[in-house]
Design a protein. Structure first.
Length: 134
């Protein structure tokens, strides 16, 4: 499994022209306690790039929108402590002993925000997302 060697994937959406660098980011965080995505965010989350910490005493219901991806619970959150991509939101999903975070992003060189087309394409990709099961 070559995927265990890498923990970050950046994808540029080259079909979105005139908006600077637009794309998505996906990164994988260790989850040795096999916590659900919401438990991980509330108890174990330690930002990869951002050193912001979650609000103390935040409740599960305030994390964001809950939905499923490939049969697994996912959370779409716009809470600043959980967004590290410069995007409007991040999606977190547990997959065994890992938590996957992903979201739309823009590059600060040549873009000032995530374009609506980027969010739309990210959402389309998210709908087709399949989780690898060991």
């Amino acid at each position: 499994n070559q995927g265990d060697k890498y923990d970050t994937l950046l994808i540029q959406f080259t079909n979105i022209e005139g908006k600077g660098y637009q794309g998505m980011i996906l990164y994988v965080m260790p989850n040795p306690k096999n916590l659900s995505a919401d438990e991980f965010l509330l108890k174990e989350f330690n930002g990869k790039w951002s050193k912001k910490t979650p609000q103390p005493n935040i409740s599960k219901s305030n994390l964001g929108e809950f939905f499923t991806i490939d049969g697994q619970l996912a959370i779409k959150t716009s809470l600043p402590a959980y967004i590290e991509t410069g995007g409007p939101f991040s999606v977190f999903i547990q997959n065994g002993d890992k938590v996957i975070s992903m979201g739309p992003m823009y590059g600060v060189m040549g873009a000032s925000e995530v374009a609506p087309e980027t969010v739309e394409l990210f959402t389309q990709i998210l709908r087709t997302f399949k989780l690898y099961q060991k």
